[in-house]
Design a protein around this ligand. Structure first.
Ligand code: SF4
Ligand code: SF4
Length: 376
């Protein structure tokens, strides 16, 4: 029998505790959690083994483990744990620490998830907008903050280069983090002779995510999957809105004449799709909040890391809706509301590689990997 020398990392244990896994040490390995989890495979089920790995500080085992992301944080296990060790919350904390581990620069992950940094992080896009408007000679700082000067002067030239740069940064950093995670999983369990081809695994994962097939298996917090699904579909709708808006703006900006009746018809739909998606987003995120509050006695209320993401999404939907309504009412307050909306958009997307927003990319990657290795 081969022997393995364990290499516990006490700093990692502390990180997990600080990330919301403070109940970690209460676990006495009864395995109730693995039995009640409907999402876990029968063979080597989670989360019991992850609890002991986290208690012992075996961070490499956890970082290369697809199972930490196959968990959907439905909290069935937390509700049934006889010791109040909250395994669902501990796994969430492990995921948070693993995002920080794979992201670069690492200090940004620490800052984004610190409550004390919230105001400076929110203010950062405003400061950038002010400096940018000053550099472009676009009128007074007050007019820029109020939103009127940059909207009047054509936001494509003013805002989109800034937000485009932030989006490119986020995509590059996310791709880097996710590929490091893939390499870590491969080091633990090489995809030699895959059980499923990559294309098929991606296709099945997309179907699974769109139908929330795994999430629906959870019992204690059943309503969570409906609320989560509404938020997911609203994000897809808002992505389509952005792409259609770009289809309209790019020819205007470059003075191209490639507009056809079909393109114009498509483009005119973007406001309707955007408005409907915005309303679905607000309904979905309010349901997420009410589900969390309702299930708090059984599943816990969640950490700052969860609530930062939930609040940002709620703020994004509410400021977007009010901007639209105030514009329809033809009041200049709409500009100020729009600036607030832009600050939240910037926060959500520019810091995405370091916040809970990254969960969708890491979880989808783990699901593809798990299919290819026969784990799912
Ligand atoms: S987390 Fe709770 S349910 Fe799971 S093994 Fe530990 S004590 Fe048992
Ligand atoms: S939170 Fe839900 S999915 Fe995750 S381990 Fe617990 S029961 Fe399973």
């Amino acid at each position: 029998m081969s022997e393995r020398i364990l290499n516990p990392d006490l700093g990692f244990v502390k990180d997990v505790i600080n990330a919301g896994g403070e109940s970690l040490k209460k676990c006495y390995q009864c395995a109730t959690c693995s039995v009640v989890c409907n999402v876990s495979p029968d063979d080597s089920p989670f989360p019991r083994k992850e609890m002991v790995q986290a208690q012992w500080g075996l961070k490499e085992d956890l970082f290369r483990n697809p199972d930490i992301w196959l968990c959907h944080q439905c909290s069935d296990c937390t509700a049934y744990c006889p010791r109040g060790a909250k395994p669902g919350e501990v796994l969430n904390a492990v995921r948070k620490v693993s995002i920080a581990e794979f992201s670069a620069p690492k200090f940004l992950a620490d800052i984004v998830n610190k409550p004390a940094a919230l105001i400076p992080l929110l203010a950062a896009p405003l400061v950038i907008l002010l400096v940018w408007s000053h550099l472009l000679n676009m009128g007074s700082a007050a007019a820029a903050v109020y939103g009127s000067s940059f909207i009047a002067s054509g936001q494509f030239k003013f805002i989109d280069p800034l937000f485009g740069a932030a989006a490119v940064f986020a995509v590059v950093m996310l791709a880097r983090g996710v590929s490091k995670y893939w390499n870590a999983m491969s080091a633990g369990l090489p995809v030699a002779g895959p059980k499923m081809e990559l294309g098929q695994a991606i296709g099945e994962t997309i179907r699974d995510i769109l139908g929330h097939e795994r999430f629906k298996k959870c019992e204690v917090t059943k309503a969570r999957s409906t609320a989560h699904m509404l938020v997911l579909y609203s994000f897809i709708g808002l992505l389509v809105t952005t792409l259609l808006a770009l289809t309209k703006m790019i020819p205007e900006y470059f003075a191209l004449n490639w507009s056809t009746a079909f393109v114009e018809g498509l483009v005119s739909a973007y406001k309707i799709i955007g408005a409907v998606s915005g309303v679905i987003l607000i309904i979905g995120i309010l349901l997420v909040m009410s589900n969390r509050a309702k299930n708090a006695p059984k599943a816990g209320m969640g950490s700052y890391y969860d609530w930062l993401f939930i609040s940002l999404v709620a703020g994004l939907g509410i400021t977007g809706l009010f901007t639209e309504l105030l514009r329809l009412a033809n009041t200049p307050i709409a500009y100020g509301m729009y600036v607030a909306h832009l600050m939240l958009v910037f926060f959500l997307f520019a810091y995405a590689p370091y916040s809970k927003m990254a969960h969708m990319f890491y979880r989808a990657t783990a699901m593809v990997f798990a299919r290819m290795t026969g784990r799912m």
